[in-house]
Write a protein that binds this ligand. Structure first.
Ligand code: ADP
Length: 277
């Protein structure tokens, strides 16, 4: 059984039925050992992605406040080569961004071939916070689900491997994490009254997430629900989805790298042959 829940395209999602505190039937020690193994594998995979240069990866991270988007980036990408990684954090849109279509700022920073791109929040905010707070008329955000699917289909058709993770935490765990920040002076910089304010809209966000997960999980860009109350399990589940998804491309990358190696060796031999000894 995989640790994360893949949202089958066209299926219904009931977040209340998925346990945020799932531990996959293992203890933390075992989880950390499995994570270390998969994480090392991801490191090798990224090198191949980078060297082959035929695809890009786009990891989309969404979740309620404190669900661990930053922690996932820190832990899961720990061993990757920073040269090939690009993280984009999407904040409240600027005036200029708002003067364009909602995908304008997103498409600009989509990862190039060979690159491992990460979206910390994403274009999904435009059917989440925008919907919950009525920041755009209903007909505007309603149309976006299909627009998102078309956009992601375009990226996928042109070589982007898309992995979308929803970090699923419980309301109780969120409260604990918010309170921890108040008690720990070293974490107080993370405090935000806004987080408490947003928490009042918990149910509206869960509904908006369910719709986004249902309507935008496609064959080309599936959504995965990652139980995220336990940080070690979240890291394990997220890494497993990435490794499983990317493993399917490795034979192709190996073939490309073989071709490249042969061409380089031949070039070197030709150079040497032309030189007086
Ligand atoms: P984070 O919570 O991701 O660590 P911030 O505290 O800066 O970082 O929060 C970013 C804020 O930007 C979030 O409240 C998010 O809802 C908001 N945001 C992102 N994209 C949009 C958007 N398209 N429209 C409105 N608000 C957005």
């Amino acid at each position: 059984m995989p640790y994360a829940h893949k949202v089958a395209p066209g299926s219904k999602v009931a977040l209340s039925k998925i346990k945020p505190d799932d531990n996959g039937g293992m203890d933390k020690e075992e989880g950390l050992a499995r994570f270390a193994k998969l994480n090392a594998e991801l490191d090798v995979i990224q090198e191949e992605l980078y060297a082959a240069g035929t695809h890009s990866v786009l990891l989309v991270l969404q979740g309620m406040d404190t669900s661990g988007k930053d922690g996932t980036i820190r832990n899961v990408l720990l061993n990757l080569n920073p040269q090939g990684v690009r993280v984009e954090s999407f904040k409240v849109p600027t005036e200029e961004e708002l003067a364009h279509d909602f995908l304008w700022r997103v498409h600009k920073v989509a990862p190039r071939k060979g690159e491992f791109g990460v979206f910390n929040r994403s274009h999904y905010e435009d059917v989440l916070v925008v919907r919950v707070h009525d920041l755009a008329p209903k007909e505007v955000w309603q149309a976006r689900y299909e627009q998102i699917n078309q956009f992601e289909a375009l990226l996928a058709a042109t070589g982007t491997i898309i992995v979308k993770l929803f970090l699923h935490i419980s309301k109780g765990e969120q409260e604990e994490r918010l309170r921890e920040r108040e008690q720990d002076v070293t974490k107080a910089w993370k405090l935000s009254a806004g987080d408490w304010r947003e928490r009042e809209y918990w149910d509206d966000y869960q509904n908006a997430y369910e719709d986004a997960l249902e309507r935008c999980s496609t064959e080309a860009a599936p959504w995965y629900i990652v139980p995220a109350d336990r940080k070690w399990f979240r890291n394990l589940a997220a890494t497993e989805v990435l490794v499983d998804t990317l493993n399917a491309y490795r034979d192709g990358w190996h073939a490309t790298l073989d071709e490249m190696s042969k061409a380089r060796v031949a070039e070197l031999q030709e150079y040497r042959a032309g030189k007086p000894v």
